[in-house]
Design a protein around this ligand. Sequence first.
Ligand code: HEM
Ligand SMILES: *[C@@H]1O[C@H](CO)[C@@H](O)[C@H](O)[C@H]1NC(C)=O
Ligand SMILES: *[C@@H]1O[C@H](CO)[C@@H](O)[C@H](O)[C@H]1NC(C)=O
Ligand SMILES: CC(=O)N[C@H]1CO[C@H](CO)[C@@H](O)[C@@H]1O
Length: 325
Amino acid sequence: MEATRGLLLLMVIIIMITRRGDAQLIENFYSSSCPNVEAIVKQAVSTKFSQTFTTIPATLRLFFHDCFITGCDASIMVSSPNGDAEKDAPDNLSLAGDGFDTIVKAKQAVEAQCPNVVSCADIMAIAARDVVVLAGGPSFSVELGRRDGLISQSSLVAGNLPEPNFTLSQLNTIFAKNNLSQIDMIALSGAHTVGFSHCNRFANRLYSFSPSSPVDPSLDPNYAKQLMNACPQNVDPSIAVNMDPITPQIFDNVYYQNLVGGKGLFTSDEVLFTDPASKPTVTDFANSPGDFNGAFVTAMRKLGRVGVKTSNQGRIRTDCTNLNS
Ligand code: HEM
Ligand SMILES: *[C@@H]1O[C@H](CO)[C@@H](O)[C@H](O)[C@H]1NC(C)=O
Ligand SMILES: *[C@@H]1O[C@H](CO)[C@@H](O)[C@H](O)[C@H]1NC(C)=O
Ligand SMILES: CC(=O)N[C@H]1CO[C@H](CO)[C@@H](O)[C@@H]1O
């Protein structure tokens, strides 16, 4: 009896060790080393949110861009005196400073209580979940145990992020490289239910779509007019519009209803409805908040596993912006 129990315990331990070695994350990773980490991050994110709504879209997008370049390892947080870190790449030009600030503040709050144990990468994953909840989206448990990356290079960004003019097959290819399916990709695109885009990212759809039709015919004509008013040609490059024109500050499935109604801001949004291969999923998410929320949570958890470093890989940074701290 005693021997059987001992053997069972040993097997459990072996399974746990092999899982760790397999770069697996676990939900209660800090249960003894920093049991309040999630509450501390949530508090910091809420405080930042009470100062500006941009906290929400900026933090969510920052997490996505971090994970797609060298994995979810907080490499996007790093500042380089030479201006050649990941965040300096042209594709990161529009990452709002409030996202970086949210993570820096949360890390400072965590360091004050648990010095040197919680990675910046895990704080980013917790904060990304927290902002979704703050905007009225679904809650979910976050797997932890990521370590922070040792490199951050702007040269690694080009070609690894989706562009707003991508076709469905280009979107699928770049998400598949990150172990994300077409359904994951469609669900994660639902993040465009909050936040802003600068006019230059979609102006081609208003003024130079094709020689025969300067306005993209897949755009609802009234929405096209609204966008032209907000974004006249040669507009100040700092001008941005809500990506969800109906409920811009609520994390809901209205994004998909917009796509059905020709109100997808980017080609990469609208194509999810116009391409028959993805249309049924968009229609489903537009009709069922539950289906969207479930798929979004699944996809966010998968996104959080992309390229993660665990156990003795990488390191724990104390200052998220400094590779050597
Ligand atoms: C599917 C392919 C995607 C493309 C082509 C794309 C492209 C873009 C572009 C061009 C912007 C506007 C940037 C600007 O001008 O300020 C933007 C904003 C944003 N994206 Fe995406 N994105 C994609 C997927 C995602 C995913 C997977 C997430 C997160 C899960 C995400 C979250 C956001 C958020 C929250 C914003 C608003 C940022 C802010 O207001 O500061 N996007 N995206
Ligand atoms: C998207 O835009 C880039 C640069 O603006 C261009 O090189 C590329 O060919 C475009 N892709 C598609 C699918 O239109
Ligand atoms: C995708 O999954 C495979 C198998 O689990 C893993 O080896 C690979 O590292 C993953 N790729 C990324 C980018 O996470
Ligand atoms: C937020 C941030 O650091 N953005 C940088 C992105 O990259 C450009 C250069 O391409 C920098 O000027 C921005 O400061």
